[in-house]
Design a protein around this ligand. Sequence first.
Ligand SMILES: [Zn+2]
Length: 116
Amino acid sequence: MNETPGDIVEVYSAADLTEAYFLRDLLTNAGIEARVVGDTLTGMLPPGNETAPRVWVFSSDEPRARELLAEYERVHLRPHPDEDQPAESWLCPTCGEDVETDLDLCWNCQTPRKPY
Ligand SMILES: [Zn+2]
């Protein structure tokens, strides 16, 4: 199935215009022609439309653009460590053993768990 060379596809829904233009520049610097759609400054959105700005590229550039955007997300949008790694153990203050979160006493020396 052939695609029209001029087809554009949405590759990213940005949090705000700053991010949208940052990503457009990122793609442009990589040789990909990108445009921001949803720029309220240029009146491309109907009044009252809260839709986030989108980054669009030509469909022929889509795979490369998605690669770059995925890389961007890995670098800039890492999840918070607290949400990513729930505590699975606590360290016994007496014997230094790792104790499962479910246990309120150290399995090794029966020291009660203490809040830090
Ligand atoms: Zn212990």
